[in-house]
Design a protein around this ligand. Structure first.
Ligand code: ADP
Length: 474
């Protein structure tokens, strides 16, 4: 872990940044104010000595006289008159017998010089006195900037501590304000941590405050919690459905197995050599074995559909598949008369797909027709071709389905109220629909309770191929 400004709390970090920026701004401002004031005050003094020298030079008699210098002096202003060779002709009395430095080069350059006289700083300006184009002498004017320095000292003693105090106050208030602004965020974080610790998916942050960025963050977290809760429920549902499914499947597989085992026990008994009994027992065994095989196939199809495995894609003669399914299931009709009529209309109907899957689809529909129709009832399979599609209908005169159940019967594990004691897992129609849509088709149902049901499968016809599909199927 790296330490430094990044490892500090956000409020301290923000306050520090703000204080540093304020320090830079205040330092620049303080120095600028001081320097500008100092510059303008000192310039004023320089201007003053220039103006006084000009006045004295203009008023000076020709040649310049020693007298009258005091008229132009003031307590901090010193005046001296010199002859052309630089000898002192007269001085203001406040000079007390001392002479101002005579700087010829500065006079020639018309410059104000910074000099010292008796340890005292002075601004000195010298100016030649001319008359009739001839040099008559020089006027020297000096002024002490001490009062200005004192004023600048006072300004400094106020400005620098003032800036430091302003900086401390700004730092403190910025820390306080940031802390205040961030407190709701801390509350949000605490609530989120509590929710994570308790794993209570129904809880929400429920942030109450102004509609600002923090409210947006809280709303986003609440939205995430809601989706998590939904996902959790879905997962729970899936788990319990799976548990139920395992229980159902064990039960479904156990029933034919029990029948088969007891039939085998009967066959093994002494005296069970009656040929008629043996034939009947073997037929029963075959029916139960076929039932189990069907169930296992359905489970396999469902597992494959979950894994999104691709199905075979080859030309299939629909009439063969339907007839095969009818033939295979006729022995299990349980007293229901099965009629497959009008199938000649499907003679040349070819679809692209997997013949085993399509046979499974019709087996499911026929099995249901037998299961949900009382003995003595009827199951009819018919087919038509037209408009680029082939339609196969499986109708029965069975118990029918309530209108409220109709929208759900194709859902996995859904069993309507009409099942009574009939065995089943609620998977057949879900698999049937999956197979139909996998082949680009659809399955629908019409039903009237007490009258019967009619399931219709529509599949798109394959585009005519030059070769004979019967050959490719063999
Ligand atoms: P199940 O194993 O229960 O038969 P299915 O997915 O095949 O599962 O069917 C779902 C439900 O639809 C059945 O439980 C039943 O209530 C209803 N159903 C299906 N076929 C028929 C039918 N031919 N007649 C009446 N109800 C049917």
């Amino acid at each position: 872990m790296r330490f430094g400004i990044r490892s500090l709390y956000i409020r301290t970090r923000l306050a520090l940044w703000f204080t540093m920026i304020m320090a830079a701004v205040l330092a620049t401002l303080t120095v600028a104010v001081y320097e500008l004031t100092r510059d303008s005050l000192l310039k004023e003094v320089q201007q003053d000595v220039r103006q006084r020298a000009a006045l004295i030079a203009a008023a000076a008699p020709t040649p310049p006289q020693a007298s009258g210098t005091d008229v132009f002096s003031a307590p901090d202003v010193f005046v001296q008159i010199l002859d052309p060779s630089g000898h002192v002709l007269g001085s203001s009395s406040n000079l007390g017998g001392r002479n101002l430095p005579f700087l010829r080069s500065a006079i020639r350059a018309d410059q104000v010089s910074d000099v010292r006289l008796g340890g005292r700083p002075l601004f000195l300006y010298g100016r030649p006195v001319m008359s009739g184009g001839r040099l008559q002498g020089y006027v020297l004017v000096a002024r002490s900037p001490v009062t200005i320095y004192q004023a600048l000292g006072r300004l400094r003693s106020f400005l620098y501590p003032g800036a430091a105090l302003a900086l401390v106050l700004a730092g403190f208030f910025s820390w306080f304000l940031v802390r205040h602004a961030i407190r709701p965020l801390e509350q949000v974080a605490t609530s989120a941590a509590q929710i994570a610790a308790t794993q209570d998916h129904t809880r929400r942050l429920g942030y109450r405050g102004p509609a600002d960025e923090i409210a947006q963050v809280a709303a986003t977290i609440d939205g995430m919690l809601a989706s998590l809760e939904r996902a959790h429920h879905e997962l729970e549902g899936a788990y319990s459905a799976q548990r139920l499914f395992l229980a159902d499947i064990s039960h479904e597989l156990r029933t034919p197995l029990t029948i088969m085992l007891s039939t085998l026990d009967l066959l093994a008994r002494p005296g069970a050599s009656d040929p008629e009994f043996q034939t009947k027992a073997l037929a029963d065994l075959r029916v139960e074995a076929r039932r189990m095989a069907r169930m296992v196939t359905q489970l396999l199809i469902m597992a494959r559909s979950d894994a999104e495995a691709a199905v075979a894609h080859r030309p299939v003669l629909v009439v063969d598949t339907v007839t095969d399914a009818c033939r295979q299931l006729s022995p299990d009709s349980g007293g229901v008369t099965l009629r497959c009529h009008g199938l000649e209309a499907l003679d040349d109907a070819v679809v692209q797909g997997d013949p085993d899957y399509l046979k499974q689809l019709f087996l499911i529909l026929l099995d249901n027709a037998f299961k949900y129709t009382q003995p003595g009832g009827r199951a009819d399979v018919s087919g038509t071709v037209g408009d680029g599609t082939v339609t196969i209908a499986v109708a029965d005169t069975g118990v029918g389905i309530e209108p409220s159940d109709l929208p759900h019967i194709f859902d996995r594990f859904y069993r309507a109220g009409n099942v009574r004691f009939r065995e089943g897992m609620g998977l057949g129609l879900a698999i049937a629909r999956h197979i139909a849509t996998q082949h680009g088709g659809a399955i629908s149902v019409e039903s009237e309770p007490g009258q019967g049901s009619r399931f219709t499968v529509t599949l798109p016809l394959a585009v005519a191929e030059p070769s004979d599909p019967r050959q490719s199927l063999s």
